[in-house]
Ligand binder design. Sequence first.
Ligand SMILES: Cc1cc2nc3c(=O)[nH]c(=O)nc-3n(C[C@H](O)[C@H](O)[C@H](O)COP(=O)(O)OP(=O)(O)OC[C@H]3O[C@@H](n4cnc5c(N)ncnc54)[C@H](O)[C@@H]3O)c2cc1C
Length: 290
Amino acid sequence: MYARGDAVIGVDGAFSAVRLSMQEKLQKFDYDESYLAHGYKELTIPPGPDGSWQMEKEALHIWPRKSFMMIALPNPDGSFTCTLFWEFEGPRSFKTTKTDEDVRRFFNEEFPDAVPLMPALLEDFKNNPTGSLVTIRCAPWYHKDKVALVGDAAHAVVPFYGQGMNAAFEDCVVLDECLAEFPDNRERAFAEYFARRKENADALADLAVENFIEMRDKTASRTFRAKKKLDHALEAALPGIYLPLYTMVTFTRIPYAEAAQRARRQDSIIYTGLTLISAIIVALLIHFIA
Ligand SMILES: Cc1cc2nc3c(=O)[nH]c(=O)nc-3n(C[C@H](O)[C@H](O)[C@H](O)COP(=O)(O)OP(=O)(O)OC[C@H]3O[C@@H](n4cnc5c(N)ncnc54)[C@H](O)[C@@H]3O)c2cc1C
């Protein structure tokens, strides 16, 4: 189908045809894609016999296994969508897990508590595709007053902060603001939109990859859990002053780049403070014992 318009807004996802045509036709177009060594497969925990959730529904469930993980998110119909994030290749990986027996053995070893809740595990594993996890960065996101990229077409990120769709909506808000600010100059509006969003999309891309490591590896560690508790205690003690990174990213409209910067500042203040307090306690103990 052919159609003519004043401008094209490319909202055609991570493998955008609009972006591809910019890549092919524009001389100065930066493009970078990087794939994780992990793929993902969706599996299901159906509702229980009474139609209700078979696990706590007010939670994101994580089975952290250091180099890989499974997560489960509740759906309104009583089911959970589980996603296994696992290496594509390696001694234990999607590639080497082929038969029903391989799948059964792997799940019994790694997720024995989940297996009884997944009656369709073998069919799901066989029938559901193994997806890849890509981060795409490109620049610029516009060409003259003719084309602008929005959402995954401009900045696909890996899904570990659960922010890809939100970032796409934020693009829409900012693009809308820019078009309203420069009603007679669409190229300027596109340029402003790109300038305001690019560093935030880049920051989100980094945060999303970091959160994968946090979810699959660190959530099992005591130190990490202690840090999370401290985060919540400080948030309660200093409302509006101390905001954990996750809170800023997920529950506020603080731009991603600013949230990441603020979290780094907060961390350095907290850790310097804790180190000082520990040093004072040790010095006092030595003083009184000596
Ligand atoms: C496993 C996984 C889990 C995720 N979980 C979350 C989450 O919890 N929270 C969150 O916010 N985000 C999540 N995301 C990311 C989220 O799905 C995307 O960021 C979001 O869908 C991007 O929206 P979009 O409109 O830019 O692109 P898309 O949703 O990909 O939409 C693009 C549309 O364009 C259409 N299209 C493509 N090419 C053409 C063409 N040539 N012609 C016409 N139409 C075309 C496609 O069919 C599609 O409908 C997840 C992603 C993955 C892979």
